[in-house]
Design a protein around this ligand. Sequence first.
Ligand SMILES: [Zn+2]
Length: 510
Amino acid sequence: MEAASGASSMRRTAAILVVLLGGAGLWWLGGNGTDVAASKGALNETIAAGQRKTEANDPRLTGAHRFEDGGWIYVHLEGDPASVGFQHGYLLAPEIEDAFSAVSAGMMHETQRDWTFFRTAAREMLWPKIDTEFQQELQGIVNGLRARTNSKLDVDDIVAMNAFEELPDYYVPWYNKQQKAAHAPNLKSPGNCSAFVATGSWTKNGQIVMGHNNWTNYANGERWRIVFDIAPKSGHRILMDGFPGVIASDDDFGINSGGLMVTETTITQFEGWDPNGKAEFVRARKALQYAGSIDEYTKIMLDGNNGGYANDWLLGDSKTGEIAQLELGLKAYKLWRTKDGAFAGSNWARDPKVIREDARQFEANNLETSPNARRVRWEQLLKENKGKLDVNLAEKMLGDHVDSYHQKPETNERTLCGHVDSSPRGVDVWGWAPYFPGGAVQAKATDSTMTKEMKMVARVGHPCGEDFLAKPFLAAHPEYAWQAPYLRDMKAGPWTEFHSEETAVAQKQK
Ligand SMILES: [Zn+2]
C-alpha cells in the first residue's frame, strides 16, 4: 500500500470508527431486550473482529470511506470491481447482515419457499449470466464482509439478496406456473414508487428536474438509506441511493458523470419471466455505469431482458435537455422522448401493447386503485406547476397527501406520499392487505445543474416528514406480528444534499 497522507488516513480512521459505532447501534436495536447478554457478546465480537481486521490495513480499502448525514449512510467506493465490492462489504458489513435477515425473511414468508430455493436460483439461473466485472464486485462484497466480521454469508446469499426485487415476485410466480405448484401463494409484482421527470417549458429555468419516492414495505424501506458514490475503474462515476449489499440502486434513483439522470416506477400487474435472461439488478447497474445517453441506456436494459422488476424508466440527459420514458415489458416495450414535456410514474403502464402483452390484468380506467389515483394527482400537480418545477417543488410534491379519488387530503395508498398502513383497503393489485406496513419510505430529487456537479438531495422516511412507529402499529395490527423482528421505527430525516467526492488519486495529485 502506498503511503497515505495524514489527512486521508485520519479520515479513514474516523470512517472506521463510524462503522463500528453504527454496528453497535444496530446490535442494541436488534437485541429487542430479549437477550441482552447475547447481544452484548455479539457487539464485543463485532468490535473485536473489526479492530483485528482493521490492523491488516487492507490495500483494497484505499480511498474508500463512510459517513452519516441526515439519517443516510454515505459510502465512497472506488477502483476495480473487486475493490469496489470489498469496500462495500467492509464499510457496510453490519447493515448488510441486518438487511439480509429482513430481506430473506420477507422473501421466504411471501413465497413460502425456503432460502435454499433462492440460493439455487441465484447460483444456477442468475450467476452464469452476470458480467465478469459484476461477479467480481459481488464476490468482493462477500470478501469485504468477511474481512470485517465473522459473516457466514456467501456469494449465493448475496446474489439472491441482490435479486430481492425480481426473484419473489417475477421468477417465483412463473416457476409455480411451470411446475403447476399446488397451493402456490398468489404473488403479484410490486408497486414501487412515485416519480416524475420534466424539462423545457415545464420547469422553472428550462432544465431537467427529476424526483422520486421509493414505495416498499417499511421493514425493507427503513434500511434503504445508503448513498453510494462509486468511482469505478471503467465507466462513469455514479451517485445513487441504494440498499446494503446490493450493487444497483434498485428503487431506483441515480445520476452519472456521463450526464444521465435515471429513475423508475414498477409496472403494476406485470407477469412474465425469462430464465435465460440477465438479472435486472445487473442490467440496471450496468446501464447506470456505462450509459451516457438515452439510447445507450435503452440498449443496455434491453440486452438480455429477463422481465424481472419490469419498470417504467424515467430518464434525463442533462447534456441535451431531453427526457424519456422507457416502458420496459418483456414481450413489448415502448420509448417516448421529448425536449419539452413531463413524464410521471406511479406504477401504471400506458402503452396499449405493453398492457396487452405484459400486464393483462391491469385496469387503466379504475381510478380507485393506487397507481391510477396517483397518476391523476401527478397530472394535476404537474399541470398546476407547469413552468415552475424545480427541486424545491419536487420535494413538496413527493410528500403530497391529496387522494385524487376522494378529492381531499388524506394519508393512504392513493397519495403520492403513500401510507398504506393507514388504509383499510390496502393495495389489492399488489397483494398488499389492509393496513399493510408499506408506502413511501424515502425520496430523492435533482436537476440538470446539480447532475453536472454530481449532486442530489435526499430524505429518509416518509417524504412528508411524518414518522412511522412500529410498536403502536404492531399493537393495532397483530396480523403483521411476523414482521416484529424486522419492523423498526421509520423516522423522517431532513432533506439533505449529497455529492460525489474526490478519489484518492485526485487527492494525492493536489
Ligand atoms: Zn406522507
